[in-house]
Design a binder for this molecule. Structure first.
Ligand code: BES
Ligand code: MN
Ligand code: ZN
Length: 494
């Protein structure tokens, strides 16, 4: 979806669809009032009769007398007084969903009325361009013939009453950049494991590097061995498919500024290994690289936005499969940090690849490290599918991420990393075990990672419940690209 901003009178503007927002219980905002006047009060009568007052309720009008638009869509923001950022997101998502089912070339959003509703125009347009294009996402890369169902307008115009300023135009572009990042994350997540291999993730990183002039290094099995990532390699050893370790660097900040490092879990298929998972729903373990995909998506967004920040992306990528040469329960491996790990369950593989990447992160003297991983089924039990898990060794960093989640509508919730939980990782044979038993599975997984993240500010996002949807709407969500980009935007502003 392409976005543009235009100064125009809404009633005279030619478009396939004019989108208006409505606040119940207050005087009509200027653009809505203009349409109402042009239609001789018809709009008001229809709204009063048919539009519910709940945020996200829609009224689609095939025609309206006296105006140039072919159709009009009125979306309720809810009752005046209760209209907040969440109501706006709900409304935008509803508009996006409706648009995604329409055959339209152009839709035009009367955006000045958002200001009358109490929103700051730049922030509102950033949300709008992200949410509207995300709602019109389609995945048909691997169908023999593309779905010819409509997928929303090609162009979306934001109509303003007066000329836009630079901040508004910039925010609109930022929204589109975030959506482009989220789309990449969704595409990679949705690709099955026979397409989305560790090599494909590396090739994707390379094309990002080429497009945006990023520094990139890709290590193969031999290279990973040379670095000394014994824990990562133990997961990869059972698979024919070559592993990759990807190091991406975006330098938008000053040469001296310490980078933020993003580490993404890139298990392109998680069968559990020798500790094999049950068969039902195992196809969904193709999504076990969504952490990696969110890192690549965030790089795309950040590079498009040209953010003044230094960013490093680290992606350990491999399959987790059983075979005659696969790692076995009871095996002890040596991580890059030198700490030894007794692998009691080969299905707790995410932490085994992440720990070596976390040690590798030390060499960048990072300002902060955030890892993103579909790490534990326990997180889905704790928080369900709406909220990502957050654990951190630094409360300030945790606060930044929680705030970014709140503002972007891509929320996380913090769980404790109290020392007491560390005891569950005791091993009789090595420095630690890779599992901590049934209680507090998300916390003990993070405790494991924390042992490799002692020398910097670190946070861990467990996205097991939020990275994809199951059931009829099965597919990657592109989360937490909105949270991560908002976190980085705020770091640039502050
Ligand atoms: N990728 C899974 C976590 C997962 C499971 C995400 C289900 C989403 C849905 C991870 O590698 C895993 O298998 N974790 C185990 C850890 C256990 C063996 C300690 C789990 O959660 O069962
Ligand atoms: Mn697993
Ligand atoms: Zn996994």
């Amino acid at each position: 979806m392409e976005f543009s901003i235009k100064a125009a009178s809404p009633e005279k503007h030619k478009t396939d669809c004019l989108i208006l927002v409505h606040c119940a219980g207050s005087e009509a905002a200027p653009q809505l009032a203009a349409i109402d006047a042009a239609s001789k009060g018809q709009l008001r009568r229809l709204i009063d009769r048919d539009l519910e007052e709940k945020a996200g309720s829609l009224l689609a009008l095939p025609t309206l007398p006296g105006i140039s638009a072919e159709r009009v869509l009125v979306a309720s923001l809810g009752k005046t007084g209760a209209i907040d950022a969440k109501a706006l997101r709900t409304t935008l998502a509803a508009i996006g969903k409706w648009l995604s089912g329409q055959k339209l070339k152009t839709a035009s959003f009367a955006a000045t009325d958002l200001v009358a509703a109490g929103f700051e125009l730049p922030a509102a347009l950033r949300s709008a361009s992200t949410l509207l294009s995300d709602a019109c996402y389609r995945f048909d890369a691997i169908r023999s013939t593309p779905d010819d169902k409509p997928s929303g307008p090609r162009t979306l115009e934001f109509l303003l009453q007066s000329k836009s300023d630079a901040a508004t135009r910039n925010a609109c572009e930022q929204g589109a950049a975030i959506a482009a990042g989220q789309t990449l994350a969704r595409d990679l997540g949705n690709l099955p494991a026979n397409y989305c291999t560790p090599s494909l993730l590396a090739e994707t990183a390379k094309s990002l590097a080429h497009e945006y002039k990023l520094k990139i290094q890709v290590f193969d099995r031999e290279g990973i061995e040379k670095i000394g990532m014994g824990s990562f390699l133990s997961v990869a050893q059972g698979s024919q498919e070559e592993p990759r370790f990807i190091v991406l660097e975006y330098k938008g900040g000053s040469a001296k500024a310490a980078p933020v490092v993003l580490v993404g879990k890139g298990i392109t298929f998680d069968s559990g290994g020798i500790s094999l998972k049950p068969g039902e729903g195992m196809d969904e373990m193709k999504f076990d690289m969504c952490g990696a995909a969110s890192v690549l998506g965030t790089f795309r967004a950040v590079a498009k936005m040209k953010l003044p920040i230094n960013l490093v992306g680290l992606i350990p990528a491999t399959e987790n499969l059983p075979s005659g040469v696969a790692v076995k329960p009871g095996d002890v491996v040596t991580s890059l940090s030198g700490q030894t790990i007794e692998i009691l369950n080969t299905d707790a593989e995410g932490r085994l690849i992440l720990c070596d990447a976390l040690t590798y992160a030390e060499r960048f003297k990072p300002a902060a490290v955030v890892d993103i991983a579909t790490l534990t089924g326990a997180c889905v039990i704790a928080l369900g599918h709406h909220t990502s898990g957050l654990l951190s060794n630094n409360d300030e960093l945790a606060g930044e991420l929680l705030g970014a989640g709140q503002r972007s509508g891509d929320r996380a919730w913090q769980l404790p990393l109290f020392d007491e939980y560390q005891e569950q990782l005791k091993s009789n044979f090595a420095d630690m075990a890779n599992i901590g038993g049934r209680p507090a599975g998300t916390i003990t997984a993070a405790c494991f990672l924390s042992r490799f993240a002692k020398s910097y500010k670190w946070a861990h996002l467990d996205i097991a419940g939020t990275a994809w949807k199951s059931g009829a709407e099965k597919g990657a969500t592109g989360r937490p690209v909105p949270l991560l980009t908002e976190f980085l935007l705020a770091r640039c502003a502050g």
